[in-house]
Design a protein around this ligand. Structure first.
Ligand code: FAD
Ligand code: NA7
Length: 539
């Protein structure tokens, strides 16, 4: 605690799953005076912004929610296997309502600067309206996928129709009966494509790299299914936290490398029929993410499915990935089937690149103008560090986070970075890559315990460059042992032109991460220094 009086005890930035729970924890458990700033006009984070048709979770419904509110777990049910955007948003709004979080949230308030006063260890947070607020602690909960990646295509501003990024979908935009173009076939693109094929009059899909996509198994829940989960939620969360990816299924314990071809086929087919991308990758065999030959066996299975499903051999060929199966695993009900419909057209960009956008639509290298009313950019995000680099976030010696992360974005445990005392991140760089809500809860609980310690000792809690370097090296070693590092994707910052690729996640999973946190706590916050807050200058 600083001897200097600050406007608030703590400031939280971002009103998604992470920021809302962090506000709750600091206020209700530590009794601090907290304010949360959110640039959006509503709470919900990802689920406030991503309103494109088909937007849904790929974590199954029982596991895409908080565990901290036992009553809400009993009261808030679900009707389908996956929660849609509107469902998650309504859920988070309910969390805000029942815990009266709204009184400490300032919506429509973008944080532009977070600057350390090294003299007394306090932080000054500046917002786009020009106001400044001081606090002893700042928790940034900016989201890993909250800054959009918008491609720079010549002529974009000449388009006579509407161009929209999926994460900025306007409420008044309907694609019903319209000619729609979609650039991008990641998780977002494939969801949008399946939904748009149902309502657009014509759909043109511009695909750069083909993707592996398995069925999701979405559909209405069986009678009694929700109640069955609610009756054993303690057990459910224990399983999630004791697993690798935290998606609520039992992860495989045997390798594909030890299975016969017939056995692999049987297991892959069962997973295909059951649905879910993470299940296909982590529930079938335990070596698809680490053994290239096993990964290829799974990839070959999906490639055979594409050939079976897609009628036109040219289209099937274009939809068939050639890279390893090593991006965030996608799932979607009926994705490849969409391309059998007459009003859906696939443009393979490596064969026929986009040349420019013209008023009528998109012109490709073959000279064809693909006429469109709406062009959707499903081109993803400047993930993880993107939102940090846009801030004037200044720590010790006037060093900005952008400078500190010049070589690569780094952290200790995904929650702290050297030179930024009493500033903590939820889902900062090199945090776990899992079903994210359980990881968010773990990190928020851990950060809250750091703040509690700082309060008790009137101290600052800070990590060092050396500790940060070692954690990054650990994350790198783990990543290099996986097939994920062999393919360019947002997991490695390799999706944004000009961004330097690096390891952005801790890929050892949620159980291992919990173990590390427990060791750090047991060893008197190993890796953090807890020092008395400097006295304010002039005292
Ligand atoms: P966010 O929800 O991204 O919230 C961050 C908030 O910070 C945003 O509201 C943003 O406006 C605000 N913010 C950022 N910068 C500033 C600033 N400078 N000033 C003020 N406010 C700021 N994860 C899963 O585990 N399972 C899924 O099924 C899943 N599905 C997804 C589907 C989509 C379409 C997308 C985009 C992501 C999905 N994710 C999924 C990831 C998802 O982002 C996380 O699960 C979770 O919602 C992240 O919560 P968060 O609070 O950390 O971040
Ligand atoms: P992703 O997974 O980064 O996918 C973006 C897609 O957009 C992907 O197919 C990219 O092709 C494509 N892309 C990006 N830039 C371009 C340009 N310039 N031209 C053509 N195509 C382009 O983002 P998502 O939003 O789908 O998913 C992110 C996460 O959000 C997801 O994992 C879920 O957690 C939710 P590429 O494959 O790079 O060739």
């Amino acid at each position: 605690m600083s001897a200097k009086t600050t406007d608030l005890d703590a400031i939280v930035v971002g009103a998604g799953f992470a920021g809302l729970y962090q506000l709750y924890a600091l206020r209700e458990r530590l009794g601090l005076r907290v304010r949360l700033f959110e640039k959006g006009a509503g709470v919900g984070g990802t689920w406030y912004w991503n309103r494109y048709p088909g937007a849904t979770s790929d974590t199954q419904s029982p596991f895409y929610r908080y565990s901290f509110d036992a009553e809400l777990l009993q009261e808030w049910g679900w009707s389908r296997r996956y929660v849609g955007q509107a469902d998650v948003l309504a859920y988070l709004e309910e969390v805000v309502r029942r815990h009266d979080l709204g009184r400490d949230i300032r919506l429509g308030t973008e944080v532009t600067g977070i600057v350390l006063d090294e003299g007394d260890g306090t932080w000054t947070v500046t917002t786009a309206d020009g106001a400044s607020t001081t606090a002893r602690y700042v928790v940034t909960a900016l989201g890993v996928l909250s800054t959009t990646n918008v491609p720079d295509i010549p002529g974009m501003d000449t388009f006579a129709g509407r161009v929209v990024h999926t994460a900025e979908w306007p409420d008044d935009l309907s694609i019903e009966g319209r000619r729609v173009g979609v650039i991008g076939t990641g998780s977002t693109g494939t969801q949008l494509i399946v939904a748009a094929a149902r309502s657009a009059s014509h759909l043109t899909v511009f695909q750069r790299n083909a993707q592996y996509c398995v069925p999701s198994g979405d559909g209405p829940v069986e009678p009694g299914e929700v109640e069955a989960y609610q009756a054993r939620y303690d057990e459910v969360w224990a399983q999630v936290r004791g697993s690798q990816v935290g998606f609520g299924f039992d992860e495989a314990t045997t390798p594909a490398s030890a299975a016969s071809p017939q056995e692999r086929e049987r297991v892959f087919q069962e997973a295909w029929d059951r649905g879910n991308g993470f299940y296909f990758m982590f529930g079938t065999f335990n070596d698809l993410a680490t053994d290239p030959a096993s990964n290829e066996a799974a990839a070959a299975f999906i490639r055979r499915k594409i050939a079976e499903i897609v009628d036109d051999p040219q289209t099937a060929r274009r939809l068939t990935p050639t890279q390893p199966y090593a991006k965030r695993p996608l799932c979607n009900q009926g994705y490849y089937e969409v391309f059998n419909q007459d009003h859906v057209e696939l443009v393979s960009l490596p064969e026929n690149p986009i040349v420019e956008i013209v008023p009528e639509g998109v012109r490709t290298a073959d000279g064809v103008v693909h006429e469109l009313d709406v062009l959707v950019l499903a081109t993803g995000f400047d993930a993880v560090d993107g939102s940090y680099r846009r801030l004037d976030l200044v720590g010790r010696d006037g060093v900005t986070v952008d400078e500190h992360w010049r070589d690569a974005p780094t952290s200790y445990l995904g929650v702290a970075t050297a030179g930024f005392p009493n500033l903590f991140m939820v889902l900062g760089p090199n945090g776990p890559f899992t079903n994210l809500v359980p990881t968010i809860e773990l990190q928020v609980d851990f950060i809250t315990s750091l703040v509690e310690r700082a309060e008790a000792e009137q101290a600052t809690v800070e990590t060092s460059r050396e500790v940060e370097r070692r954690w990054s090296a650990t994350c790198r070693e783990i990543a290099e042992a996986t097939v994920f590092s062999r393919v360019d994707s947002w997991l490695f910052g390799a999706n944004v032109p000009g961004k330097k690729p690096s390891v952005l996640f801790y890929l050892a999973g949620i159980a291992a991460y919990r173990g590390v946190l427990a060791d750090v706590v047991a060893d008197d916050l190993r890796g953090f220094s807890v020092r008395p807050v400097p006295a304010p200058s002039g005292m």
